[in-house]
Design a protein around this ligand. Sequence first.
Ligand code: ATP
Ligand code: MG
Length: 562
Amino acid sequence: MIVDNSPNQKSLNFLEEIIQSDLSAGKYKSILTRFPPEPNGYLHIGHAKSICLNFGLGLHFGGKTNLRFDDTNPVTEDTEYVESIKEDIRWLGFQWANEFYASDYFEQIFQFAIKLIENGLAYVDDSTSEEIAMQKGTPTQSGSRNKYSERTVEENLKLFNDMRAGKFKDGEKVLRAKIDMSSSNMLMRDPILYRIKHAHHHRTGNDWCIYPMYDFAHGQSDSLENITHSICTLEFIQHRELYDWCINKLAIFPSQQFEFARLNISYTVMSKRKLLELVNENYVNGWDDPRMPTISGLRRRGYTPVSIRDFCEKIGVAKRENLIDVGLLEFCVREHLNKIAERRMVVFDPIKVVITNYEVATQNEESLFLTTENNPEDPHAGSRKISFGKEIFIERNDFMENPPKKYFRLAPGQMVRLKSAFIIKCDEVIKNEHGEITELRCTYFPESKSGSDVSGLQVKGTIHWVNANENIAIEVREYDRLFKVENPAKEEGDFKTYINIDSLKTVKGFAEKSLNEVSSNERFQFLRKGFYCLDKDSSKDKLIFNRTVTLKDGWAKDAKKN
Ligand code: ATP
Ligand code: MG
């Protein structure tokens, strides 16, 4: 299938152009891409970019995408990570054609190495890693071969088989490709293909004590799967020559490598190794801490797959590294949640309002039920009942005793509308012996009911509220950026010195009772506050909500002020 050329079609990115022209030229009947994570940590938003790209290209061109675990490094890998990676990809909305593991190819890759040795293109080297580094030369000076490079094919075959049989200790020998010690590409100066590592592997157990290096596993795995377009990040540009050399010398399926820029986001770090440090040293509460840029962290925070896919689409595919403003990610989730999140009223810092002229209808009927829309952006979202009563809570900062001009919220003698309820007027301010306001006495206008207002009163402000006697106390976790600086990985010294220690704030709130029956995948807008979702730490008696994002970008506002 070729792209549809409807007039609304966006211009193609450079990878789409390459694929389009490969297909038009009949180079391939259909394309096959892969997403190749190393199972040594949880996926982050950078991986989401790669997932959306690889799976997106597969879908766009009617091809397929494999999930391949690049598990050639036994020490850092774990099945916990394999499971989390699969969950994250499914959650993002993608389905792989095949689930493969580079470790499944260990025998074939070993045979590839034998083939290179037989063709005089690889040798066993006894040098230490320091010696190998020394002999490599410098970018301006050729390297030199050592005596081991002169070993015969027979000798190399025997030694390589002995390496596999476990006859040597870690580091005692390596297998190197025999390429070009004066190449301008340092990676081509007889690169290491295999090393000895007596370590347990999460899938192959103790079957192997030699493991192929990235450069002798990745391209080979691509080729074994008939991957047409192998897309990776820019740091692998230098590796492409070696990728091609290996495939060429082995005369196997000619997969091709293409590179794009990694995603970096401001105020966070984006490497599994660094994220693991944050987890292990308890700077955060696990990989899925809502402050983490991991997919599991974003999910727990309340991000939706739609918002993450939209973000990946918006940033596009670049050929040069850059730092994307985290505000864009927040914009994407805000935009999506605004469409789908039901509205609720929650008062965080309450002040009690007593409505002096409110008559309780009967003794059994403490409250009056009003109706309010669930989501004004979504006509199908319906409505719900909220209870009004003689005593309500409003936000302390929605009242000012000595308001400036043009203050449209509550003040002595001033009127305000209570959302989906009535207009009230403040008659009296009650204070305790310390002069603190404890209560506001107000009157309400029964004929000003929202939706059927015949009072003729004009007010400019509308505030949210909850019934003071019928509500539920909730806990809210407000998250801020995890780092104080834009690009912690680029700062001097340990990136952890730039952690924002105030990135988590816990506050209490009083919520309308309907929040009692929510499930963890529902998202809410707390009116005039932000977007929230239930956290997994909640229990029946204690509901905990995560703030996904505020309604407005508070940081941009602060930046303007300064
Ligand atoms: P990290 O340094 O975070 O461990 P990695 O590149 O080592 O990242 P892998 O598991 O090897 O992680 O990556 C799987 C795929 O995701 C690779 O194709 C890699 O290029 C891509 N990828 C990783 N990080 C990013 C990023 N920040 N932006 C875009 N793609 C990324
Ligand atoms: Mg890696």
